[in-house]
Structures are given as C-alpha cells and as structure tokens.
Ligand binder design. Structure first.
Ligand code: PMP
Length: 412
C-alpha cells in the first residue's frame, strides 16, 4: 500500500529536526526581481577565480563560464544545484522508470546521504536487517549506533529471500520490528555478486508484508557486465525504497558526488539533516560533473558507463584466469558479474585474519580479511580481493604468493 505517513519509520533525532531559517531563504534568492538582504552570502567579486577549462581523456575541451563559475563558487541549494538535480532526475526516469513523483538530494558521495538515511531511520536499540557480509563503510557508521544487527545470509546470488522471511516470521515481538534493510544488490561489496530480479521481487514483497524500508546502496549498478538487472527503485509502488547512486566508480571518486532518490518525505528529512550538517555538496564538484554530463547527455553517459563496465569485465577475466591457475583446490569463489571485487573462500583455513593481516602483508600482498565485513564479527575463512587497479602481471604474482601462503598454512 502506498505510504502516506512516514512517522513510524523516523528516528527521534530526525523527527526533532527543524528547517534552518537561513537555508530556507536560499531557493528564494534566485527568484526574478528578488532583492536579497537576507542571506549571509559572501560577495562573489571577492572570489579570485573567474572561469575554468579542462580536457576530457577523449580530447574534448570543456569550459565552465564566468556565470556558471559564479554560481559554483557561491552557497547554493541544500539538495543540490537545480540543473544537476534535473539532469539526475531525467537519468533516473529513463533508467528506472519510477512509479511515483520522487525527490533527489545530492551528497558528498553516496556515503554522505547513506549515513544520513541511517540516522533518519534508526534509534539506539533498534534492529536493522543487513546482508551478511556487508559493506564495511556502512558498518563503520552503524556499529556505534547501539543497534541489533539481524544479519541475513547471502550466497552466490546475493541475499537469500527465504532467510529474510525466516528472520521476519520468527521475530521475537518483545523487540521492535526492523524498520529497514540495508543491501548492496549489484556487485555486493565485498562479495561481488548480484541479486536476480526474482529475488529482488521477493525481497520487495517481504518489505511490503512486514512494512520496512529498503535502503538500496547501488554504486556498482552501471558496472554490470551484461544486461542491467532492474533496481528495487524501479519496482517500488509504495514509496518504501531509498536508492543511493554514486559517480565515484564512473566519473571520479574525488569529486565526492552521490545522490539519494526516493519518496519526498524521506528525502526531505535528509535535506534537513544536510542543512544542519554540511549545507550542500560542493558547488564546484556539482558544476564540474554537470558540465561533463551536459556535453554527453544521458546517451553519452550510458556509453561511458558501458566502456567502464567493459574495462572491469576484462580485469575480472584476468583475475579469474590467474585464480584458476594458482588457487584451484586452495580457494573457492563465485565469478562476479559486475563491479571490482571477488570474495575468496580459503579452503582449510578457519579464520583468514592472521593469514591476511600478517603473513600476506609480509609477502607484500594486500587483501581485506573477511571478518571486517561481518556485522556480528564472525570468524571466517573469506577474504576480499579487488581486481581494479593491479596490472595483469601484479594480479598473477599476488595470487601466486597467496597460493604459496595457503599451502604453507595448510601444511603447518
Ligand atoms: N556503498 C558501497 C557499497 C561502496 O562500495 C562505496 C564505496 N566504497 C560507497 C557506498 C561509498 O561511495 P561514495 O564514494 O559515493 O561515497
């Protein structure tokens, strides 16, 4: 059923947020004929920067004009520059065909708006449904919040809906029911695996039945190696999905631009938080991204995304080739269909921590031990490897060294 009142999902802290009187004036400044004596804007003529030109790797030259630069350098709307919001809305409409009138708030990377969403929904002692294993960046924010992690098992196809159903069916009603699930459905970090459309539909049905919000953290969405699997956002009829996108893996991670899309009342709460926390994402970064996106259009963006996905597919193939050469019988894995991570199960090893944190480093191989990704700190034989930046030769050498370490560990 369409959600009209989100009060039951909001944390005490989020409910207590009031709009900033000064920030509320910001969109009014741009109204034609408005004489502003209200805001605290520094005078733009004092800024020593006029315009900006840069070159893309394909040789295209782009210029940010004096006018645009003036806007980029000044305080601007909390949710993001209106033209960039409009561009992103168009992207979301073309790609996900959302079924309701959604809003967007741009953040300093998706991590920014994601952490604000966690804070919006969760009180101390609340429970959160979370994939096991889960993205450490999310865990780093969630761990100090005093929550109960209800970890839901995953396999080579991502989250297992039956396990989710089991947790919800057998809920101990002396505890408040979980208000949300946190999931990375495409190229999960750390597992590298993606959730099929059928599983997503089942998870969505469970969200409807048990009335929770889906936090769809999807920075690897455009890095799918074949046809893209439809998002939770695209199937949302109730207004119970908050979708997190990021330019970090396709344009630049340093510009720190990500955005949340979802039902207006929830996005608006994230905007209120932004008003109080960091005012808005960098105007310069937003203008920089917008100038590239305008030059490309949605079609050009998709072409770039396809090329980027093809790059990672090739890197995946290189990794798998070396893994098959050296790790046969020593490790198991699911071949990723998107993204830049692979999740290796080390055979004959109960706990990967010492091997990866100490011995592998001595042999000059860096990987992340699996326990870092377990909400409840399980002991685990898993390890996360990334095939993104290392060369073919480096990947080959690293896996050769890992194989030798594993053989030594099993023998001792
Ligand atoms: N979610 C996941 C699953 C990620 O892997 C990352 C980046 N490591 C983020 C969020 C944060 O991305 P951003 O750079 O947009 O903040």
């Amino acid at each position: 059923m369409v959600i009209t009142d989100y009060d039951r999902f909001l944390s005490k802290r989020s409910k207590a947020r009031k709009p900033s009187a000064i920030r509320a004036l910001q969109p009014l400044i741009a109204l034609p004929g408005m004489i502003s004596l209200g805001g605290g804007l520094p005078h733009p003529s004092t800024f020593p920067i006029l315009d900006m030109s840069f070159t893309l790797t394909n040789g295209d030259s782009l210029t940010i004009s004096e006018n645009e630069m003036r806007r980029a350098l000044q305080y601007s709307n909390t949710n993001g520059l209106p033209d960039l919001i409009e561009w992103l809305k168009q992207l979301q409409i073309e790609e996900h065909k959302p079924k309701y009138d959604f809003d967007i708030c741009i953040g300093n990377g998706s991590q920014d708006v994601l952490s604000k969403a966690f804070e919006m929904l969760l009180n101390e002692n609340d429970s959160i449904l979370i994939e096991k294993p889960a993205y450490t960046g999310a865990l780093a924010f969630l761990r100090p919040m005093g929550l109960t992690f209800v970890d839901i098992e995953t396999d080579g196809n991502g989250i297992i809906p039956e396990k989710l159903e089991e947790a919800l069916e057998n809920w101990d009603d002396s505890k408040p029911r979980p208000k949300c699930i946190y999931t990375v459905p495409i190229a999960g970090n750390p597992t590298g695996v993606s959730v099929s459309l059928e599983r997503k539909k089942r998870v969505y049905e469970l969200a409807q039945k048990y009335d929770f919000i889906i936090l769809e953290d999807d920075p690897y969405y455009y890095l799918q190696f074949s046809e893209r699997i439809p998002s939770y956002f695209s199937m949302d009829v109730d207004g119970r999905v908050l979708r997190f996108d990021s330019f970090s893996k396709i344009l630049s991670s340093g510009i720190r631009i990500g955005w949340v899309s979802g039902p207006k009342p929830l996005v608006n709460r994230i905007v209120l938080h932004t008003q109080a926390a960091n005012l808005h994402a960098s105007g310069l970064s937003q203008t920089f991204a917008l100038s590239i996106l305008r030059r490309w259009g949605v079609f050009g963006f998709m072409e770039h995304a396809k090329k980027t996905a093809a790059f990672y597919k090739q890197k995946r193939d290189i990794f798998i080739e070396s893994a098959e050469k050296y790790l046969d019988g020593l490790a198991e894995w699911n071949t990723p269909t998107a993204g830049m991570f692979i999740w290796l199960k080390l055979l004959g090893i109960d706990d990967s921590e010492t091997l990866i944190k100490k011995k592998a480093i001595e042999k000059k191989v860096l990987m992340v031990p699996g326990f870092e990704f377990f909400p409840n700190n399980d002991v685990t034989p898993y390890v996360r490897a990334s095939y993104s930046t290392a060369t073919k030769e480096e990947i080959d050498e690293a896996l050769k060294r890992l194989a030798s370490l594993l053989r030594d560990a099993i023998a001792s």
